[in-house]
Unconditional design. Structure first.
Length: 448
């Protein structure tokens, strides 16, 4: 008997230690069993308390009255499937007649407390079927991406969502994106992680980094073109537009629109072309876009209009030519001048890290998801990398990027440097690889 008591105490201590230091291990060893028992045991009472039940049908009431039996209880949604995952539980419910998916979504916070879970999110699978994704611990406190995240052409994992699922950046579905965030909010790490994932793809990376290249030039071995000042950026964007027009001419030549050509063989973008003719897709990364829009002289104003016009043209016309935009900055709004709001309207994916004011959050989400703007201003300073992401459909979620050091990103780019394509239109902007570092003399501060 003493051995049994000692074993129980040891297991309890081990469970408490794992829950404190390794919540993921605790969930896989103990938490998933306890949570499943809580959900199954409390299900009917919780649904009744949350108002997610419907009265029994009249025919059942009539039969109970004629048979002199107790009145049937209200009916809760049917449990179609209960599946454990590495971060929580997935509960799929079949709604009863008269129930709405919005009622389930509005009760997520009450379900979280009732079932003893860390978080509960809801989404409609199809008419009459709702899926609840419940997390057993804070998956965003220490981000651990799955070892086998799915990757495909122009679709890469970049962050972990609050429901434990992986957040992907799919360029073929949503071609252009806007990422904003204050200093030290994790915006650079997000961009670094994106470049490290794209480095293994058959894609050309083109960068514009007006901070004299301190963010993107360390990754130069994997970039086909780079610009480190507004003047070079203007010429680079013009070269990209010329490349885009050449690609459109190629697509026109390969459309083969005749009466006997099947619809599936008519080319409308580069993905409809044969493999041997398809141009390599291009991802344009712009760091600190405000530096391209600011000006102080007439000449700089002309250059600014030229740059913003080129970016707007690429955002409107570049998708079919395989050109995708990733625009990053601390602020992005109408105060940057004419053409900015037109450019923002073409950027479907919005990702906002911690911002310093509510106006910056409204710049990203005010026109698509006002609730996301409120969640953005609540991101704490102590959690760098935490962000709100959404798209033009109005849906949004919290995500956090795994910490990717600059050294890790450089190693990934160097490893896949052989995949860097050569684009004749951009040869003039191909980065020159640095020779071994030579000590640079830094002037001493002036003495009084």
């Amino acid at each position: 008997m003493r051995w049994l008591i000692a074993a129980v105490v040891l297991v309890a201590v081990l469970a408490g230690l794992l829950r404190w230091r390794r919540p993921a291990w605790y969930w896989l060893s103990f938490g998933v069993t306890f949570a499943t028992c809580r959900v199954v045991g409390r299900y009917r009472a919780v649904m009744d308390a949350c108002g997610l039940t419907v009265p029994p049908p009249r025919w059942r009431l009539a039969i109970a009255r004629m048979a002199n039996r107790p009145v049937p209880e209200p009916r809760a949604p049917r449990i179609l499937r209960l599946r454990p995952t590495r971060t929580g539980l997935v509960l799929r419910l079949g709604l009863r007649p008269g129930q709405d998916a919005f009622d389930v979504a509005a009760s997520c916070d009450r379900l979280r407390h009732s079932f003893g879970m860390f978080g509960v999110t809801s989404r409609e699978i199809r008419s009459g079927v709702v899926e609840l994704r419940m997390t057993g611990y804070d998956v965003l406190r220490r981000v651990q991406m799955p070892a086998r995240a799915e990757r495909s052409t122009m679709r890469v994992p970049v962050a972990l969502r609050e429901d434990g699922d992986v957040h992907y950046r799919d360029y073929r579905t949503t071609p252009h994106a806007l990422t904003i965030g204050a200093t030290k909010s994790g915006k650079s790490v997000y961009q670094r992680n994106l470049v490290a994932e794209l480095a293994a793809q058959e894609v050309a990376l083109v960068g514009v980094d007006c901070k004299q290249g301190v963010e993107l030039f360390p990754l130069a071995r994997r970039f086909s073109a780079l610009a480190d000042n507004p003047d070079t950026a203007a010429d680079l964007l013009d070269a990209l537009i010329a490349h885009m027009e050449d690609v459109y001419q190629l697509i026109r030549a390969e459309q083969r629109i005749t009466a006997d050509t099947p619809d599936a063989d008519i080319a409308a973008d580069i993905w409809d072309l044969p493999d041997h003719l398809r141009p390599v897709p291009i991802v344009l990364l712009v760091d600190e876009v405000a530096e391209l829009a600011l000006f102080s002289t007439k000449d700089e104003e002309k250059r600014r209009d030229r740059i913003i016009t080129a970016l707007a043209r690429l955002a409107q016309l570049g998708r079919a030519a395989g050109i995708y935009l990733e625009i990053c900055g601390q602020r992005f709004g109408s105060e940057l001048g004419k053409g900015i709001t037109m450019l923002r309207a073409q950027l479907s994916v919005r990702t906002a890290h911690r911002v310093n004011d509510e106006t910056s959050a409204n710049m990203a989400f005010g026109d698509i998801a006002p609730d996301a703007a409120l969640a953005t201003v609540q991101i704490p300073v102590s959690v760098p990398g935490l962000a709100i992401t959404g798209d033009a459909s109005g849906g949004w979620s919290r995500v956090r990027t795994p910490h990717t050091s600059l050294r890790a990103a450089v190693d990934a780019c160097n490893k896949h440097a052989h995949l860097t394509p050569e684009l004749p239109a951009l040869d003039a902007f191909r980065p020159v690889l640095a020779s071994p570092a030579v000590p640079v003399a830094i002037p001493a501060p002036a003495t009084p």
